[in-house]
Design a protein around this ligand. Structure first.
Ligand SMILES: NC(=O)CC[C@H](N)C(=O)O
Length: 215
C-alpha cells in the first residue's frame, strides 16, 4: 500500500432498529472518530471505515435488513472491515444461533461462534455486573448491562479469542460464561456498553479499527 495510515475514522452504526443513537453519541466523544453516522442504506455503509451493529431485537433487525436490501452488503462489509456487534448485534454477527426464532432467522455471520439467544431469561432477568477484561480495557472493571442477552456457547475457530467472561455461577458451564470475543477485525460483546458513561470499549474498537488500516 502506498497510502498513508489512517489517523481518523468514519464509523457507522447500523440504524434499522435498536440502541443506535447511544452508540453514535459515545463515538462522537472519541478524538480518533472524525464522523459517526447512522447506517440505513448500502451507500451509507460503503462510505464508512468501520461499523457497530447495536443491541435491539435480532429477529426484527434481520427482517428489516432483508427488506431494505442491506443484508448481503452487510455480509460483504464484515468480511474485510472492522465490525463490532453488541447484544443483538453479536447475534447478527455470529455464524450460528440457537434458541432462534421458529422457522429460523437470518444472520449476517462472519464471526465463528455459536450464540444462544436469551441465555439469561426474559427482560425481568436483565442484570448488571462488573467485568474484568484486562486485555481490552485495563485493570479497572467494566460495568456491564445485560438485557435479554445472548451468551457465546461455542467457539468455532481457533481465530476467535475470548476477551471477556462472566464470573462462574453454580449450574453454569464454562462456555456459558463467555460474553466477549475478538476474531481479527471482528469484535463482539453480549452486553450494552453504550448504556453506560464508560467509553473504554468504544475506544478499544476505534483503536482496533485504526490498527486494521495500518500499512
Ligand atoms: N438487548 C438485546 O440486544 C437483546 C437481544 C435479543 N434478545 C435478541 O435476540 O435479539
Amino acid at each position: 500500500m502506498t497510502t498513508a495510515d489512517k489517523t481518523t475514522l468514519k464509523i457507522g452504526v447500523l440504524a434499522l432498529q435498536g440502541a443506535f443513537l447511544e452508540h453514535i453519541h459515545m463515538l462522537k466523544n472519541l478524538p480518533v472518530v472524525s464522523d459517526a453516522i447512522p447506517i440505513r442504506t448500502t451507500e451509507q455503509l460503503q462510505s464508512v471505515d468501520a461499523l457497530i451493529i447495536p443491541g435491539g431485537e435480532s429477529t426484527s433487525m434481520a427482517l428489516i435488513a432483508e427488506r431494505c436490501g442491506i443484508l448481503e452488503p452487510l455480509r460483504e462489509f464484515v468480511k474485510t472491515k472492522p465490525t463490532w456487534g453488541t447484544c443483538a448485534g453479536m447475534i447478527m454477527l455470529a455464524n450460528e444461533a440457537t434458541s432462534a426464532k421458529k422457522g429460523g432467522q437470518q444472520l449476517i455471520g462472519g464471526l465463528a461462534i455459536r450464540v444462544n439467544r436469551n441465555q439469561f431469561g426474559t427482560q425481568k432477568e436483565s442484570f448488571e455486573t462488573k467485568l474484568h477484561m484486562p486485555e481490552i480495557v485495563g485493570e479497572t472493571p467494566f460495568h456491564a448491562i445485560f438485557i435479554r442477552a445472548p451468551v457465546i456457547s461455542d467457539i468455532l475457530s481457533d481465530d476467535v479469542k475470548v476477551v471477556g467472561r462472566l464470573e462462574q455461577k453454580v449450574g453454569q458451564t464454562e462456555a456459558e460464561t463467555i460474553i466477549a470475543v475478538r476474531q481479527n477485525h471482528l469484535f463482539a460483546t453480549a452486553f450494552h456498553p453504550e448504556l453506560t458513561y464508560d467509553n473504554r470499549l468504544h475506544g478499544y474498537f476505534a483503536n482496533m479499527a485504526l490498527e486494521h488500516y495500518k500499512n
